[in-house]
Ligand binder design. Structure first.
Ligand SMILES: Cc1ncc(COP(=O)(O)O)c(C=O)c1O
Length: 456
């Protein structure tokens, strides 16, 4: 009997007893290939000796020093490194302990910026449906996943949600990707107009959609259009790269590939690679300058800001990524993963879309491919795939509610950057077998669609 309130009370979890490279081993000796880095976290895999050594050394030096009393060399060095590699104009880093905390800090920073600069009437946030920004109340409020929001709705700040950039389902027939992107920007412009543009604080978006939408990539021109629109109205752009950032898409920041610089950029997961809980907000100089010229502080704080051991882990992770040329490797492996997914699922009757960037890719499952019909949510296709993949020694990150928080299933893949081509072979083989077994277990599909139209 456990005394932990686990995520699912009636579900029994295997006990992880060892983790090395891409493999996690449970107490029964079963091995699992980590093809999702947990939740796109373990970018260097498990047990990386240099990261462990850096953490040990920092523990011996200074394990903890509260940031209202001290700064530490290791936190300063990490901030220097992050600013050196950040989008143009970034001058400061605010360290926190994870993605939700990063989002909370970014939302408050954005609001305080307008208070400091004499625009206290700005109070609205605009974000996108199907997005995920974390589970604390502010982050949950900007998030657009209906299922996650519903029971907490009375507690959430008011946020306007616009359409996600979801080309597979949102782009009309005959419409170019560019025209689709422009249509979405127009929708955002209309939302700003409805609220009164000078009352809007920020537009919040994941550069590449993650957990609740499955590696949704922006169409060409979309984010540039968003950036221009925000700038025109003095609205801040907050890009959430908690999941898609820190190299996962093949560039350190995903937005580099879109040629867009946000005002605030949140990062976490791959920053510390799972070795320690750490996240951060990267802030543009003019925002910090407004604080500096105004109140002289950012009115926020947590006990574990800039935790030295977390900073040591993150610094080591980032140095390894840089030294070993892992961004280039992510681009190459990403191409290999895409090709393998297309070979395995390109003509699969129940796979409607394959999408993503770098080592951040997803497949979207459909009951019927022509009409892009989602499965009945009660079938829990995503949960079946997760279970069947685990039974085959494969960790992937499936999720339901892809379309609207209720309908739709996708499987997100985010293998460590140190994966090999052989790991990708194993990944896609086991995934194909897991998907097939899950589909074969569906009452309606047994012996029919579940086994047909499948090229793998
Ligand atoms: C894009 C995004 N933002 C924020 C979060 C929240 O991060 P955390 O779970 O570390 O609080 C997540 C977590 O999956 C995420 O994917």
């Amino acid at each position: 009997m456990t005394h932990i309130l686990h995520r699912r009370i009636h579900h029994t979890l295997p006990v992880a007893v060892a983790a090395q490279g891409l493999v996690i081993t449970d107490a029964d000796g079963r091995e699992y290939l980590d093809a999702c880095g947990g939740a796109a976290v373990s970018c260097l895999g498990h047990g990386h000796p240099e990261v462990l050594a850096a953490m040990h050394a920092q523990t011996d030096r200074v394990a903890y020093a509260h940031t209202s009393f001290f700064t530490t060399d290791v936190a300063e060095e990490l901030a220097d490194e992050l600013v050196r590699t950040a989008p143009a104009g970034t001058s400061h880093v605010y360290f926190v302990s994870g993605g939700s905390e990063a989002m909370e800090a970014a939302l408050k920073m954005a609001r305080q910026y307008f208070v400091e600069t004499g625009q206290p009437q700005r109070r609205h946030f605009v974000a996108r449906r199907q997005s995920y920004h974390g589970n604390t109340l502010g982050a949950l409020a900007v998030g657009g996943n209906e299922w996650r929001r519903r029971q907490f709705a009375p507690l959430l700040i008011e946020v306007s949600h616009v359409s996600p950039c979801y080309e597979y389902r949102g782009r009309a027939e005959g419409e170019t990707p560019e025209a689709y992107g422009a249509r979405l920007v127009q929708e955002l412009a209309e939302t700003f107009e409805r609220l009164g543009p000078d009352t809007v604080i920020a537009f919040v978006a994941e550069t590449v959609g993650g957990a609740t939408s499955g590696a949704l990539t922006p169409v060409p021109g979309y984010l540039q259009g968003v950036r221009e629109l925000c700038s025109r109205h003095g609205v801040l752009l907050i890009l959430d790269e908690v999941m898609c950032g820190m190299g996962r898409t093949g560039t350190l920041h995903a937005c580099e590939q879109d040629g867009v610089v946000p005002d605030l950029l949140t990062i976490a997961k791959g920053l510390g690679g799972g070795y320690q809980p750490i996240g951060a907000v990267l802030a543009q100089q003019r925002i910090v300058e407004a604080f500096s010229k105004g109140s002289g502080l950012f009115q926020h704080g947590h006990t574990y800001l800039g935790h030295p051991v977390a900073c040591a882990a993150a610094l080591a992770v980032q140095r390894v990524i840089h030294r070993d040329g892992l961004l280039e490797r992510v681009r190459q492996l990403g191409q290999g993963l895409r090709e393998r997914l297309h070979t395995a699922f390109g003509t699969h009757a129940q796979v409607g879309d394959i999408r993503g960037r770098g080592l951040f890719q997803a497949i979207e499952l459909v009951a019927e491919r022509e009409g892009k019909t989602p499965f009945e949510p009660g079938l829990q296709v995503h949960a079946r795939i997760k279970a069947e993949c685990m039974a085959r020694g494969l960790m992937v990150y499936p999720m339901g509610g892809t379309l609207d928080g209720r309908l739709g299933d996708h499987v997100l893949l985010a293998p460590p950057f140190i994966a090999t081509e052989a790991d990708l072979d194993t990944l896609v083989e086991r995934l194909a077998a897991g998907v097939q077994a899950a589909l074969a277990s569906l009452p309606r599909l047994q012996g029919s669609q579940g086994r047909q139209g499948h090229s793998a």
